[in-house]
Ligand binder design. Structure first.
Ligand code: PHE
Length: 339
């Protein structure tokens, strides 16, 4: 082989190395530098050329060697960044959500009442006037209806059941439950959305209520009071007391407002509660007219009912200082993540 032929082979190999940029370091190593590698063989052949040409060939051969070294280093870096994993790095935790506080409260309330034999039911949240008002001893045009700031639905009224409304309270479940079961014993806990035309720091237009209804022979106010005391201790913690004060509802007689003792001052009176008590909702003995509307004989059966808002009940819990219940529905994660 002449010197110039040899140099030509060197430059051919240089071109080949350039084209092989996509090969891995191991492949390059084997193809060019292995015992049968193209560079290894060519380097050996230098002894075959005229000694006076060897000097000339030495330089490009050296360049080819450096070029190969660079190509192998580049291939190493290339493969490492793609596949190399540092197992000692701390992992990135995926964001985990949780159940909305009101859903948590609903589950808790359901649990408290089903443990003492109540059955959780759900009734329509858009319902006929009959179930929301009239069957509850509130005839059309009765002034007591004004208290429930009602949304009316633009829908053809039913001849018997009247207009359609967004349910203003869960009491619409009372006569529906009597109809469903046909006869006592009734132990219902009805939890649903309610709607009223009012919105401020303590009211949202959509809110939740839970309603208890118990009907059987010989049910008295003592059963009602015992149930309220049981709920107070279970939901707010041991030592919480309930109190009932005379009030008026069309669908209960007698009727009461329900208070729970303040957990901060144990009923002594503080800045938070002022009187030692928090008012939460209403209750009473089911009115004979309501039993009749549900097809039950008020001379045989008596019952009690209670009902109030979940948002308010929940925000009175120990350690929750929520001064604007609208926040519960703001979708603000910084707020919701606290619960
Ligand atoms: N439905 C009443 C309200 O929304 C509460 C209530 C329920 C009162 C059951 C008496 C009996 O204010």
């Amino acid at each position: 082989m002449t010197g110039s032929e040899y140099i030509q082979q060197i430059s051919q190999l240089q071109q080949a190395v350039k084209k092989d940029a996509a090969l891995s370091a191991a492949e390059l190593q084997q193809k060019y530098l292995g015992s049968n590698g193209a560079f290894t063989l060519l380097a050996k052949q230098i002894t075959e050329i005229d000694p006076s040409d060897r000097k000339l060939a030495g330089r490009p051969l050296n360049e080819l060697k450096n070029m190969l070294a660079e190509a192998i280093t580049a291939a190493c870096n290339h493969t490492t960044t793609d596949t190399w994993i540092d197992l000692s790095l701390p992992g990135e935790k995926p964001a985990v959500g949780h159940v909305h506080p009101i859903s948590q409260a609903m589950a808790e309330i359901t649990n408290i009442f089903t443990s003492i034999g109540f059955t959780r039911v759900r009734y329509p949240e858009v319902d006929w006037d009959w179930y929301v008002f009239e069957s509850l001893n509130m005839p059309p045009d009765h002034p007591a209806r004004d208290e429930w700031e009602t949304f009316f639905v633009d829908h053809k009224p039913d001849k018997k059941k009247g207009q359609m409304v967004l349910t203003t309270h869960t009491s619409n479940g009372q006569v529906r439950e009597m109809e469903r079961l046909g006869k006592p014993p009734i132990r219902m806990i009805n939890i649903a959305r309610c709607y009223r035309r009012q919105q401020d720091v303590t009211h949202t237009q959509m809110f939740h209520q839970f309603e208890g209804l118990v009907v059987d022979k010989g049910i008295t106010i003592q059963h009602l009071k015992g149930t309220l005391d049981y709920f107070a201790e279970q939901f707010y913690g041991p030592g919480t007391k309930s109190r009932i004060r005379p009030f008026h509802f069309q669908f209960t007689e007698p009727s009461f407002e329900v208070d729970f003792s303040c957990h901060l001052c144990a009923g002594k009176g503080c800045r938070f509660c002022k009187s030692g008590w928090h008012e939460v909702g209403g209750c009473g003995m089911v009115h004979p007219n309501v039993l009749k509307a549900g097809g039950l004989n008020p001379d045989v059966y008596t019952g009690f009912a209670f009902g109030w808002g979940i948002e308010r009940t929940y925000t009175l819990k120990e350690g929750l200082a929520i001064d604007d219940i609208r926040l519960l529905y703001s979708g603000d994660l910084q707020f919701l993540e606290q619960f």
